[in-house]
Design a protein around this ligand. Structure first.
Ligand code: ZN
Length: 261
């Protein structure tokens, strides 16, 4: 359980990423408790009235919202975000603020995410948000930029080794500008299933992030190139969410430096 130290600010919006549903739920509620905790020491203290109520699921100012059950899979609809938005202007009942825990927030379509973005850009003073997701990368970059990301590293969060290897191979080909190698790579992977493609794209994004932060530099890739590649991988993740064909996605991935002549 993550704790905030005395004096450490708690922001108004967090993305809580955990692959394991149980971990995600527990950490979301503990974060909500930290947001409302009245202790002077580390928060959540687990002992104050607000903490106890939140952790027992009884706090009136912690509002959990789930995606609507769609015909095939649950979907967070834009109307649900509008409801949250309207409710967020009503003052809290007991605590200093209200916390909205959006479960499975990664099921929001772009329209819902854009509605949420407006809310995150100008949040009512007494409202805070926890976006509980499997992978932070599945939210739009604009939404991510408004939140602090907390990753709960469980074993299930680790990408499959093949995905990491494929991501490394892809970025090496790209750094070399190896057009033929990139085409071959795409042919090899365009029949992968959606989960494998998502893991590959997530792997690419993680490597690029580590490269840009200097944690794990990749050779032959300038910061500017890496920024372009982040955009490309994010665009491909959006395509994947919109059910664009794998063939098209790999068509985009196989271009050498697509943003310049
Ligand atoms: Zn407390």
């Amino acid at each position: 359980m993550r704790q905030f130290q005395p004096g450490q600010p708690i922001l108004h919006a967090y993305i809580l990423a955990a692959a394991d549903a149980e971990v995600r739920e527990k950490e979301s509620m503990s974060l909500a408790a930290a947001m409302l905790c009245t202790a002077i020491g580390a928060r959540p203290c687990g002992q104050c009235r607000d903490c106890r109520k939140v952790l027992r699921g009884l706090h009136p100012d912690v509002i959990c919202v789930e995606p609507a059950s769609g015909s095939k899979r649950p979907v967070f609809k834009v109307d649900q975000i509008r409801d949250v938005s309207a409710d967020a202007y009503i003052m809290p009942t007991e605590a200093q603020r209200k916390v909205y825990v959006l479960r499975q927030a990664d099921t929001m379509n772009p329209a819902a995410q854009n509605a949420l973005l407006k809310l995150l850009e100008e949040p009512p003073r007494s409202a805070s948000f926890v976006l509980a997701v499997e992978r932070a990368e599945s939210l739009l970059p604009t939404v991510r930029s408004r939140c602090e990301v907390i990753r709960c590293n469980t074993e299930a969060d680790a990408l499959p080794a093949e995905a990491v290897q494929a991501a490394e191979a892809y970025l090496a080909l790209l750094a070399l500008g190896d057009a033929v190698g990139l085409l071959r790579f795409s042919r090899e992977h365009e029949r992968d299933d959606a989960d494998a493609i998502q893991s590959l794209l997530t792997g690419i994004l993680r490597l690029l992030t580590a490269h840009l932060s200097g944690d794990r530099p990749l050779s032959g890739l300038s910061a500017e190139d890496a920024m372009h590649e982040v955009q490309r991988a994010e665009r491909c993740l959006e395509y994947l969410r919109s059910n664009v064909s794998a063939r098209h996605i790999f068509g985009v991935l196989s271009l050498t430096k697509p943003n310049r002549s």
